[in-house]
Design a binder for this molecule. Structure first.
Ligand SMILES: Cc1cc2nc3c(=O)[nH]c(=O)nc-3n(C[C@H](O)[C@H](O)[C@H](O)COP(=O)(O)OP(=O)(O)OC[C@H]3O[C@@H](n4cnc5c(N)ncnc54)[C@H](O)[C@@H]3O)c2cc1C
Length: 277
């Protein structure tokens, strides 16, 4: 296995293009090193992005904030640009050692249904910018994720940054991760919700994302549809959570949890987040 360690984005993109399908990106390595160690993957070339300083930034931009792909969970916790709900999710990723290495680009790039930052990015309406020597293109997070550990990234592209739109006035934002314990656990499920109410107290806009509840992180479109224009009263919220549990998510039994548990807890978490519990 050959490891190349470019220092600029341009050099990284060249290495990626030259490596073609044999090349694999490495950022913090908290997922990839585990895969390499277990023999689950054995790429010919590893393009190590860690020294590409231009991919590590957080800055305000017109209409929101942009985070470079190499922004770590610890970086997210240090900058004021980070939306509160994304900071809350970053705080629950692994422990301090993992947070110092785990990057935003890696959390997206791994495309694991259990990636904690991704449901929040979906709920925030974030967009992923991909770079290659051919140029830049931007996709909604739901367009970027195509299936279990698969993405819309072409072999010569990398995640360059993530754009998060500015908070609409009075937007409520909540996230909850359910794991075996409060720290150092991979999620049994994660739910993130962002919503605004109109002057009558009816839902004007709602976006939701959920992790570990299907083969990929999913947007909660049926929940959004059921509650749009509706008041958030307990009966309506519970009914919408049941609809969403039946239609938005497809949990499976695995080592961390059963599908039945996940559906039941999902409904309770959605209800609690929306009703302020
Ligand atoms: C002990 C431990 C605990 C963990 N706990 C959690 C947890 O609580 N929550 C959670 O969400 N995750 C957890 N993880 C998983 C991991 O830390 C995260 O998924 C992390 O965000 C991965 O980022 P990374 O920079 O380390 O990615 P890497 O391991 O470097 O890469 C991961 C994948 O993304 C690809 N990739 C990396 N950068 C890019 C890029 N810029 N563009 C495109 N593809 C890219 C790589 O090729 C690889 O396929 C844990 C891991 C460990 C080892």
């Amino acid at each position: 296995m050959k490891v190349v360690s470019p220092r600029t984005l341009e050099a990284a993109l060249r290495a990626l293009r030259d490596g073609g399908k044999d090349a694999r990106l490495l950022a913090g390595g908290t997922d990839l090193m585990v895969e390499l160690e277990s023999g689950r993957t054995s790429p010919e070339i590893v393009v190590d992005l860690w020294s590409v300083a231009e991919l590590r930034y957080a800055r305000a931009e017109d209409g929101g904030a942009r985070f470079g792909a190499l922004t770590t969970c610890a970086d997210l916790l240090r900058t004021n640009e980070t939306p509160d709900v994304l900071a809350a999710a970053a705080r629950e990723v692994g422990a301090a050692q993992i947070q110092n290495r785990a990057t935003l680009g890696g959390n997206l790039g791994t495309a694991s249904p259990a990636a904690d930052l991704v449901p929040v990015l979906l709920a925030l309406g974030a967009r992923v910018r991909l770079a290659s020597l051919r140029g830049l293109r931007e996709l909604a997070v739901e367009e970027f994720l195509t299936g279990y550990r698969t993405t819309a990234r072409a072999p010569d592209e990398l995640v360059e940054s993530v754009f998060v739109p500015a908070r609409p006035p009075n937007e409520e934002r909540r996230v909850r991760k359910v794991g075996t314990r409060r720290a150092q656990s991979i999620a049994k499920l994660v739910v993130a919700l962002c919503w605004t109410l109109d002057e009558r107290g009816h839902v004007r806009a709602l976006r939701g994302g959920a992790g570990s509840l299907a083969e990929r992180t999913v947007r909660l479109v049926e929940l959004e549809r059921a509650l749009r224009g509706q008041p958030l009263d307990p009966a309506r919220v519970r009914a919408a959570a049941r609809t969403s549990s039946a239609r938005d998510v497809r949990p499976r039994d695995d080592v961390r949890s059963t599908a039945t548990y996940r559906r039941r807890v999902f409904e309770r978490v959605v209800t609690a987040l929306l009703l302020g519990g």
